[in-house]
Design a protein around this ligand. Structure first.
Ligand SMILES: CC(=O)SCCNC(=O)CCNC(=O)[C@H](O)C(C)(C)COP(=O)(O)OP(=O)(O)OC[C@H]1O[C@@H](n2cnc3c(N)ncnc32)[C@H](O)[C@@H]1OP(=O)(O)O
Ligand SMILES: O=CC(=O)O
Ligand SMILES: [Mg+2]
Length: 568
């Protein structure tokens, strides 16, 4: 029988039995027990995560408070811009630590969730790097997160295999594999299945801490040639957040007794405020940096979010907001200039097209779009790019190799001095284009289907021949919200209709019917489309914009075991 303490919460001893995990003082695991997970959630590894949480929680709280404060200022009409206080950093002569030789060449990087078969396929794909994702591409259920940690551990020690029983196919690693980078969640996401001192742990410290603890030695031996592990860091808004990561890395290096500067990370510049902080972010991470990346999808989402109270900055249809819009091109150009000035990689981003198996002409057209996007990136000076699917690697590789030749990167050769004159106006310029009923319908159809997939455990899905993940779905959500909030006129299809709640209600109903007919009655009934529709509709019509689609949705995937074991 469960031994409940005086106030109804399990005593430490009882909690140990309840959860099945052997936890250190102050740590409470509320996710289900699994023997494989227990090899990850060891007492020592949890102690390391708890130490990180205790050391950095006040810094994280402060950084998130600063985000709220900046939002308040933008909502009162202020514009993001360069910080006068950090001018010396922007204008100073300094460089980041030299790029580790093992990751000098990153011309094509594949990304994907930390799913077992995909990890093997991605590492075998021929890409130079695989970014294993706990973030945009993953629905952060307890099962997905812990299974992901098990998979990564097996990948790093080289023992990972997968048996696809339906096809009787066994997957294992090739001799030559991509270098592994891991992307933990953003600072804002809690891990509700692990409580530390009575509070949910910070999601990214759990992802980072468990992965680092179990893999740093094998990684440096097998992958990093003495460096590593390597990370991608998402969704930061200010260099103070990069400073926290830098301190986390120092703390981890100390714990592992490895040289300072072993851990390396690429920061995604994927929020509008962060584009004004690129030098500052690199400066904070200068001993641990391997560059910046244009996270274009979250960046577009962030443009809407930052300007949520600015009705003069409404977005046109989502499909029209590409990298050739002036504000997007300026962001990529400035990122290249900044990285190369500081001696690190300027990585490009993700084209959303994926192979279309059953339509060769459409497939060719999609591939052409990907190549065009990659050609623009390499000519602009990017040192590498992202691909969402193994089928795209050869084409992306060819474009970069044709233009970079045998040089591993363009850090020394593409200084982009011409971008020194880019201004705040360039970086904020309103995107051009029109708004249409089709745009509203597509946002709605995509947003609901993505969320339905996310609620059932899939964080990246193919929809209408494009890759959709949390970042692309965010654009659909906030664009609908923005159009509804300001009751904008749909000016691109000659209808002259205003986006009102009534219109949106009809659109939702009709698009749900269309989804049902597209996916079939059976799948529609079994899936979580109705729940997704409720969440998506609420968020699109909320008087105050939710910060993140996945924060509210997360509450729907948290499951405690055993139910009601603890109320603190
Ligand atoms: C905005 C951002 O943050 S971008 C970064 C985050 N997003 C991502 O990482 C998305 C990554 N891509 C994907 O998840 C997938 O490609 C999807 C969901 C878009 C499409 O997946 P699917 O429909 O399964 O593709 P498809 O059926 O064509 O897959 C064919 C094979 O390629 C594999 N595959 C597809 N994408 C990937 C990938 N990114 N990594 C590794 N393997 C992959 C599949 O597992 C499958 O393998 P198999 O033949 O051995 O069974
Ligand atoms: O993480 C990448 C993005 O585009 O968002
Ligand atoms: Mg992103």
């Amino acid at each position: 029988m469960m031994d409940l303490g005086t106030f109804g919460n399990p005593t430490p001893m009882a909690r140990k039995i309840v959860s099945g995990y052997d936890v250190p003082e102050g740590v409470d695991i509320r996710g289900h027990y699994d023997e494989e997970f227990a090899k990850i959630l060891t007492k020592d590894a949890l102690q390391f995560v708890a130490d990180l949480q205790r050391e950095f929680r006040s810094h994280i709280k402060y950084a998130l408070e600063c985000r709220r404060e900046a939002k308040r200022r933008y909502n009162e009409g202020a514009m993001p811009g360069f910080d006068p206080a950090t001018r010396n950093i922007r204008e100073g002569e300094w460089k980041c630590a030299a790029v580790p030789p093992s990751v000098a060449d990153r011309r094509v990087e594949i990304t994907g969730p930390v799913e077992r078969k995909m990890i093997i396929n991605a590492l075998n794909s021929g890409a130079k790097v695989f970014m294993a994702d706990f973030e945009d591409a993953l629905s952060p259920s307890w099962e997905n997160l812990m299974r992901g940690q098990v998979n990564l551990k097996d990948a790093v020690d080289g023992s990972i295999t997968f048996h696809d029983k339906a096809r009787n196919r066994v997957y294992k690693l090739n001799d030559q594999i991509a270098k592994l980078f891991v992307r933990p969640r953003g600072w804002h996401l809690p891990e509700a299945h692990i409580f530390i001192d009575g509070e949910p742990a910070t999601g990214c410290l759990v992802d980072f801490g468990l992965y680092f603890y179990h893999n740093h030695a094998a990684f440096r031996r097998n992958q990093g040639a003495g460096f590593g592990p390597f990370f991608y860091l998402p969704k930061m808004e200010n260099s103070r957040e990069a400073k926290i990561w830098n301190s986390v890395f120092e703390r981890a290096e100390k714990m592992a007794r490895i040289e300072g500067g072993s851990i390396r990370a690429t920061v995604l510049i994927e929020t509008l405020p962060a584009v004004f902080q690129m030098d500052e972010i690199l400066y904070e991470l200068r001993d641990h940096s391997v560059g910046l990346n244009c996270g274009r999808w979250d960046y577009i989402f962030s443009y809407v979010k930052t300007f949520q109270a600015h009705p003069d900055r409404l977005l046109p249809d989502r499909v029209q907001v590409g990298m050739t819009q002036h504000f997007m091109r300026s962001y990529s150009d400035l990122l290249i200039r900044t990285c190369h000035m500081r001696g690190v990689h300027a990585m490009g981003g993700m084209a959303a097209q994926i192979p279309i198996r059953d339509d060769p002409a459409a497939n060719e057209a999609a591939l052409d779009l990907v190549k065009k996007d990659k050609l623009r990136e390499v000519k602009a000076g990017h040192d590498g790019t992202w691909a969402a699917h193994p089928g795209l690697i050869p084409a992306c590789m060819e474009v970069f190799t044709n233009n970079m030749g045998h040089a591993p990167n363009q850090i020394q050769t593409m200084k982009r001095e011409d971008s020194a004159t880019l201004t705040e106006e360039d970086l904020l310029q309103r995107p051009r284009g029109v708004r249409t009923m089709d745009g509203l319908r597509l946002n709605t159809r995509v947003g609901i289907q993505y969320l339905a997939a996310w609620l059932t455990g899939s964080g990246s899905v193919p929809l209408y021949n494009l890759m959709e993940d949390a970042a692309t779905a965010e654009i659909s959500r906030v664009q609908n919200w923005q159009w509804l909030k300001y009751e904008v006129e749909l000016n691109g299809d000659g209808l002259g209709v205003k986006v009102t709640k009534e219109l949106f209600g009809r659109v939702v109903e009709e698009e749900m019917a269309r989804i049902e007919s597209e996916v079939g009655k059976e799948k529609f009934k079994k899936g979580m489309y109705k729940e997704a529709c409720k969440i998506f509709t609420r968020q699109c019509t909320a008087p105050i914009l939710d910060d993140f689609l996945t924060l509210d949705a997360y509450n729907h995937i948290v499951i405690y075991h055993p139910k009601g074991s603890s109320s603190l």
